[in-house]
Design a protein around this ligand. Structure first.
Ligand SMILES: NC(=O)c1ccc[n+]([C@@H]2O[C@H](COP(=O)([O-])OP(=O)(O)OC[C@H]3O[C@@H](n4cnc5c(N)ncnc54)[C@H](O)[C@@H]3O)[C@@H](O)[C@H]2O)c1
Length: 336
C-alpha cells in the first residue's frame, strides 16, 4: 500500500509507521511536530512538515503521492488528546480535531484519495451502558463527557457523512488505554499524559514523582479500584494495517473498538508493575467522571479484521519502562 500518515511523528503514528515499513509498504509522514518528534520518523521515510488545517499544503502533500504513485490510503493521527486541556481550551480542540479533519477530508476529496483510517477513542462512549457491566460495544450510545471526546465523536460523524457524499471508505478505530513501546526501543511515549495510569507509574518508578495516587478504592470492582482495558501500542499498530487492507480489499467501511477485551483494576496494574520495579503509592479520593469499569468488546475487530491482540500487560509495562530509562540516560532525552 502507498500510505500518507498524518501525525506519523507522534506516539501511536510512529508505531504504525514502523509496522508499515516492516510490512513493506510505502510511507510518507505529514506532521506539524506540535507534539511529535522528527526523530521518531525512521530514516528513509519521506517527512513533510505541515499542518492538516492548511488546505493548500495538505492538498500538495496528498497530490504528490509516493515515488511510485498515488496514495491508496491516508491515516489520521493528527489530533490533540489531553482531556483536562480540552476542558480549559475547547476552542483549540475543535480547531485542531474537527477543523483539521474537515480540511484534510477536503484535500482528500480534491486529490481523489478516498480511503481513510481514523484514530478515535473510547472517550466517545462517556459512561458505559449500565446493562453491559462496563463493556463497550460499537453500537452503544455515545455521550462524551468532555470536549476531547466530543471532538472525536464529531470527527467520526463528519467522516461518515463525507464518505457517503463522496464515495469514500473509512476505518474508524476506537482505542482504549494505549501503552508500551516498540520492541526495538527506538520509539515510545516521550511525553507525560499525566491523567493516564501507566505514565504516572513510570514517572514514580523513575523518581520524578514521590508517590502514585490511586483514585478511589470503593468502586464495585474486584478490589474496589477502577477497571480499565489496556492495549499494547504495537498490537494497536498492526490493527491499522489490517483495517486499511480490509477496507481496500472489500470496498466497504468499518468502525471497531481496539482494546484487549480484558479488564485490569488499577491495583492489579500497580501489583504487576511492583513485580518489575519499586515505587510508592497511596489511595486518594475518587476523581469526578471516572466510571467503575471500561472494557472493550473487541469481537468486531477480531472477526472482520482478523486482528488478535498478542502482547500482555507485563510487556506493556516492561517496554514502556525500558524506553523511558533509555531516553532518560541518553544525552538530550532523544531516543537513539
Ligand atoms: N494515546 C492514547 O492513549 C490514545 C487513546 C485514544 C485515542 N488516541 C488518538 O490517537 C491519535 C494519536 O495519539 P498519540 O497518543 O499518538 O498523540 P501524539 O500527540 O503523540 O501524536 C499526534 C501527532 O499529530 C501531530 N499533529 C497534531 N495536530 C496536527 C496538525 N494540526 N497537523 C499536523 N500534525 C498534527 C503531532 O505533532 C503528533 O506528532 C490521536 O488522534 C488521539 O486522539 C490516542
Amino acid at each position: 500500500m502507498k500510505v500518507l500518515v498524518a501525525g506519523g511523528a507522534g506516539y501511536i503514528g510512529s508505531h504504525v509507521v514502523f509496522e508499515l515499513i516492516r510490512d513493506g509498504h510505502e510511507v510518507v509522514v505529514y506532521d506539524n511536530l506540535s507534539t511529535g518528534r522528527r526523530s521518531a520518523v525512521p530514516e528513509g521515510v519521506r517527512f513533510i512538515e505541515g499542518d492538516i488545517r492548511d488546505l493548500d499544503a495538505t492538498t500538495r502533500a496528498l497530490a504528490q503521492g509516493t515515488s511510485s504513485g498515488s496514495f491508496d490510503v491516508a491515516l489520521h493521527f493528527a489530533a490533540k488528546l489531553v482531556v483536562p486541556e480540552s476542558v480549559s481550551n475547547p476552542l483549540a480542540y475543535y480547531h485542531n480535531n474537527v477543523e483539521g479533519l474537515r480540511t484534510m477530508l477536503e484535500a482528500m476529496v480534491k486529490t481523489n484519495v478516498r480511503t481513510i483510517v481514523f484514530s478515535s477513542t473510547a472517550a466517545v462512549y462517556g459512561e458505559p451502558d449500565k446493562s453491559h457491566n462496563g463493556e463497550c460495544l460499537e453500537g452503544d450510545l455515545t455521550v462524551p463527557i468532555n470536549p476531547y471526546g466530543e471532538t472525536k465523536l464529531a470527527a467520526e460523524k463528519m467522516i461518515q457523512w463525507v464518505a457517503q457524499a463522496h464515495d469514500m471508505n473509512y476505518c474508524i478505530l476506537r482505542y482504549f488505554n494505549v501503552a508500551g513501546a516498540d520492541a526495538s526501543l527506538r520509539i515510545g511515549l516521550d511525553k507525560d499524559q499525566l491523567t493516564h495510569l501507566i505514565p504516572l507509574i513510570m514517572q514514580t518508578a523513575l523518581g520524578l514523582r514521590e508517590k502514585l495516587q490511586i483514585y478511589g478504592n470503593d468502586y464495585d470492582t474486584i478490589d474496589g479500584t477502577c477497571v480499565r482495558d489496556y492495549i499494547h501500542v504495537s498490537d494497536l499498530a498492526r490493527a491499522h494495517i489490517l483495517g486499511a487492507k480490509y477496507i481496500l480489499d472489500n470496498d466497504r467501511s468499518v468502525l471497531c473498538n481496539l482494546g484487549s477485551g480484558q479488564g485490569f483494576s488499577v491495583k492489579q496494574v500497580v501489583d504487576a508493575a511492583l513485580k518489575m520495579f519499586e515505587f510508592a503509592y497511596e489511595y486518594a479520593p475518587r476523581r469526578d467522571g471516572d466510571p467503575a469499569k471500561l472494557i472493550a468488546n473487541n469481537q468486531r475487530a477480531q472477526e472482520l479484521l482478523g486482528w488478535q491482540p498478542q502482547l500482555s500487560l507485563e510487556q506493556m509495562l516492561s517496554s514502556d519502562f525500558a524506553y523511558r530509562q533509555k531516553i532518560s540516560t541518553s544525552s538530550h532525552g532523544e531516543p537513539a
